[in-house]
Design a protein around this ligand. Structure first.
Ligand code: ATP
Ligand code: MG
Length: 443
C-alpha cells in the first residue's frame, strides 16, 4: 500500500513504450527550515522538490518524488513519434503498464502521456489587460494569459500548452511572476504549443483502449527537461535535445521559462537504416552493431578493431573493420546535429544558452556524440539522465528514461500546485478539453 499520491508517466515512443510510477510525498513543513527527513541527495538538482505553494500560515509545502515502478515494452505501432497502428500501440501500452503495475504493486487507471512528432509546432503570442485594483493577483494573471491565448487556431490543430514566457508591468519587462505587484497595465508573453488534432486523438484513443484515462498530454521535450535540466540551468539558459528512435525533440529555456520548442523527425532509427543499407545487414542486426560503434573516427582508439556481423537463417557471418561502421555513423550524426544547431540559431536564443545543451534519449548513448555536439553547437554539452527523484533510480538512471520520469515530475507538479493560475488555469483548460475529446469522441 503506497502512502503518497501516485502519478504515472506514459512515454509512448517510436521504439519503446514505458510506464513510470512515481509516489509524491510532502517532505517539508516550515519555510526556510530543513527537510524533515534529513539531508537529501536530491537537493542539488532541485526538480525533485516541487513547491506546492504557500499554505497561508507562513509554511511552504514541498514534495518528494520516489519512483516505485517501471515497465517497458517494444513499440511497434508508431512512426516518427506518431501512432500509425492503434492495435499494436494498445498491446505495447498494456504490456508496459502491466509490468509497472506488478513492480509498484498497484492498479494503474490514469496516466500523464507524452506527445511528440513532426505535427507539433509552437508560436509566441501577447495579451494585455488593464488592472483595476492596482494590485496584480492570480485572477489578473489568468485573465492576461487568456487574452494572450485568444488567437485564431486552424480547425485541424489543438492547443497542447500555453506556457508563460514573461510578464510586462507598466512597460517594465522581464518579470517572471508579477503577483503582488502594483500597476495599471499587465502584459503577458506566452508560447502556444499546438498539435494536429488527429495525431492527439489517436494517442488518446490508444491509451483509452488500453483501459487508461488520460489526465494530461505533455509535450515530450518539456517532460525530458523536467527530469534532466536543473532549475538553475533553466534560469541561466539551457536547451534539452532528446534524440529518440524516430524524433529529435528540442526545448530551449531562459529565465526559468520555455522560450522555444520544436520536433525534428530524425532519430536513432535513421542511424540503424543507414547501417542496414551501408553494411547490407538486416535491421535487427544493424540495430545491434550500431550500438557498438562511435560517431567519430577521431574518438576511435584502435583503427584495426573489427565488428562481427551475423545473419539469420544459418548464413555464415563475417567481420568488417569497425571504421566502416563509424564512417556510416559519423556523417549521419553530423547531419542531425547541424539540423539541431540550425533550429537553435533560427529560434534566436543560441546566444542565451549559457548553461549549454543537455542530450537525452536513447541515441544520446552513442559514444562520442556529446563531443561532436559540443563542437557543432559551439556550446557546452552533457549527457543527461533523470535527476531529482528517489526510489528505484537504478533502473531509470538512463537518458532513455528522461521523458518517462519527466512526465511523472510534470504530473507531480500538477498534484502539488493544481491552482497555479487560479480556477481558470491553463492546465485546467487543457485537461477539460482533453476530457472532452476523450469522452465526446471515443466513448
Ligand atoms: N548504446 C546506444 N548507442 C546508440 N544508439 C542507441 C544506444 N542505445 C539505444 N540507442 C538508440 O536509441 C533509440 C531509442 O531511444 P529512445 O528510447 O529514447 O526512443 P523513443 O522514445 O522510443 O523514440 P522517440 O522519442 O523518437 O519517439 C533507438 O534508435 C536505439 O537504437
Ligand atoms: Mg522518446
Amino acid at each position: 500500500m503506497k502512502k503518497g499520491n501516485l502519478v504515472v508517466g506514459l512515454d509512448v515512443g517510436t521504439t519503446k513504450i514505458c510506464a513510470v510510477v512515481g509516489e509524491v510525498n510532502p517532505i517539508r513543513t516550515s519555510r526556510g527550515g530543513f527537510f524533515s527527513d534529513g539531508a537529501n541527495p536530491l537537493d542539488s538538482h532541485g526538480n525533485g522538490f516541487l513547491a506546492g505553494g504557500d499554505n497561508g500560515n507562513g509554511s511552504t509545502a514541498l514534495n518528494r518524488v520516489d519512483i516505485v515502478g517501471v515497465g517497458s515494452a517494444p513499440s511497434k505501432g508508431l512512426r516518427k513519434g506518431v501512432v500509425v497502428n492503434i492495435e499494436s500501440t494498445v498491446e505495447s501500452i498494456k504490456k508496459a503498464v502491466e509490468e509497472a503495475e506488478t513492480m509498484a504493486g498497484i492498479d494503474i487507471k490514469a496516466v500523464h502521456v507524452g506527445i511528440a512528432g513532426g505535427h507539433v509546432s509552437s508560436f509566441q503570442s501577447n495579451g494585455v489587460i488593464a488592472i483595476k485594483e492596482k494590485d496584480i493577483g492570480r485572477q489578473e494573471m489568468d485573465k492576461v494569459i487568456d487574452a494572450a491565448r485568444a488567437v485564431a487556431i486552424p480547425l485541424d490543430r489543438e492547443v497542447l500548452h500555453v506556457m508563460p514566457i514573461g510578464f510586462v508591468v507598466d512597460g517594465q519587462n522581464g518579470i517572471s511572476d508579477p503577483s503582488g505587484m502594483s500597476g495599471v497595465r499587465l502584459e503577458a508573453n506566452v508560447r502556444i504549443i499546438t498539435g494536429a488534432v488527429t495525431s492527439v486523438q489517436n494517442l488518446v484513443k490508444s491509451c483509452q483502449r488500453a483501459g487508461l484515462d488520460v489526465l494530461d498530454i505533455v509535450l515530450e521535450p518539456l517532460a525530458s527537461a523536467e527530469a534532466a535540466l536543473s532549475r538553475d540551468e533553466k534560469d541561466v539558459g539551457a536547451g534539452i535535445v532528446d534524440i529518440g528512435g524516430g524524433t529529435t525533440d528540442i526545448a530551449l529555456f531562459h529565465g526559468g521559462n520555455i522560450c522555444h520548442t520544436s520536433v525534428l523527425t530524425l532519430g536513432g532509427n535513421n542511424f540503424t537504416n543507414d547501417v542496414a543499407i551501408g553494411l547490407r545487414v538486416p535491421a535487427v542486426e544493424a540495430e545491434k552493431i550500431k550500438k557498438t560503434g562511435t560517431c567519430s573516427l577521431l574518438s576511435m582508439t584502435d583503427q584495426e578493431e573489427e565488428v562481427s556481423i551475423s545473419y539469420p537463417g544459418g548464413k555464415p557471418g563475417r567481420k568488417i573493420p569497425k571504421r566502416h561502421l563509424v564512417e556510416i555513423l559519423q556523417p549521419r550524426a553530423e547531419e542531425l546535429l547541424y539540423l539541431v544547431k540550425e533550429e537553435i540559431i533560427q529560434s534566436g536564443f543560441h546566444g542565451l544558452m549559457t548553461s549549454g545543451v543537455v542530450l537525452t534519449g536513447g541515441a544520446a548513448l552513442m559514444k562520442g556524440i556529446d563531443i561532436m555536439a559540443e563542437n557543432i553547437f559551439e556550446l557546452p554539452v552533457r549527457i543527461g539522465s533523470p535527476a531529482g527523484v528517489g526510489g528505484i533510480t537504478g533502473i531509470v538512471n538512463n537518458p532513455m528514461y528522461a521523458t518517462g520520469v519527466g512526465l511523472v515530475l510534470y504530473g507531480a507538479k500538477e498534484v502539488a500546485a493544481p491552482q497555479k493560475f487560479g480556477n481558470g488555469n491553463i492546465f485546467h483548460g487543457v485537461k477539460t478539453r482533453m476530457k472532452g475529446w476523450a469522452k465526446g469522441v471515443f466513448r
